[in-house]
Structures are given as C-alpha cells and as structure tokens.
Design a protein around this ligand. Structure first.
Ligand code: ZN
Length: 172
C-alpha cells in the first residue's frame, strides 16, 4: 500500500468528471487500498479517487474509526437512486480544502447503489453522517467540491484563505 499525495483546490484535476469503473479487478482493489491508507494517514473519513488524481468513480470511507478499530468501506460507481425532500446540514471539511469548515445543506436521507470490493452490486439506505459523507464524496466524482455549495462570497473567502495558507507554507 502506498500513501499518495492529495490534490488541493484549486487544482484543475479536482474539476474532472470521473469515469465509471468497468471491472472491479486487482488494480481497482489496489487503488482502494492506497486510498484507504492515504485517507487514514491524513485523518480523513472519506476520500474520492479524483482527490489523488485518478479520475475513476471510486470512493473509500470509514466513519467508525474513532472507536479504535477501522471499518473501511469501498464504493465503486456509486449512484443515488433516491433522495429525500427533507434536508439536513452538516459542518463539512475536505482533505482537498484543508482547514476550511462550513455548513452544507443536503438531502437528509438517500438510497444509493454501488459495487463493493468484490464487484457485487449493493444498495444502501443512508441518513445522518453516512448520507452526508456519501453525497460529499459522490460530488467529487462529478468535479464538485463542498465549497461549490456555498454562497459566492463564502466560497471566495474560503479560496482566499486556502491560497494564503498555501503561500505561508511555501515561505515557511
Ligand atoms: Zn472532499
């Protein structure tokens, strides 16, 4: 397993629309392992392949790692089948938009289908953090960042903060 560098905004690769995975083979499973390793190393709870510059519809997630044990999840070609009219707000962050946290409103409940690590079709009913995180990660597959859901003003403030932090890191 390899820890891969995570791209940060405004890297144009983060705007790429990812392609469907044709077959869940050894190469995809290795990609998932690298993504999980990268996510754990960065203290994240979710990561999309585009965030490491691979434009494939692959997402990894682990929402239970705080309990001391890892429960990695893999979602290949995830697709939302249904979303509730009811919405919920979560304070979101993103490994590609470091140190920025903002409330984002999304459908509170969703039903989605995806292929698991073995290439088997699965469906999931999600609410709470899982619903929010899945929608955040699926956005990445379409080139959308959580700050794209903010008002134009909030987004430009976030991007300026990010650029400033990058400059400070370079001159430090
Ligand atoms: Zn993200």
């Amino acid at each position: 397993m390899t820890i891969r560098p995570i791209l940060t905004a405004p890297d144009p690769l983060l705007k790429a629309v990812a392609a469907d995975v044709e077959k869940v083979d050894g190469e995809i499973r290795r990609l998932c392992d690298d993504m999980l390793e990268t996510m754990y190393d960065a203290d994240g709870i979710g990561l999309a392949a585009v965030q490491i510059g691979v434009a494939k519809r692959v997402v990894v997630m682990d929402l239970d790692q705080k309990d001391g044990k890892n429960k990695p999840r893999v979602f290949v070609n995830p697709k939302i089948l249904w979303a509730s009219d009811e919405t919920a707000s979560f304070e979101e962050g993103c490994l590609s938009v470091p140190d920025i946290w903002e409330e984002v409103e999304r459908p509170a409940r969703i039903r989605a289908e995806y292929l698991d690590r073995d290439g088997k079709l699965q469906t999931v009913e999600a609410d709470g953090l899982l619903a929010d995180c899945l929608q955040h990660e699926m956005d990445h597959l379409n080139g959308i960042l959580f700050i794209d859901h903010l008002s134009r003003l909030k987004r430009s403030i976030a991007l300026r903060k990010l650029a400033k932090a990058k400059r400070q890191k370079e001159t430090a």
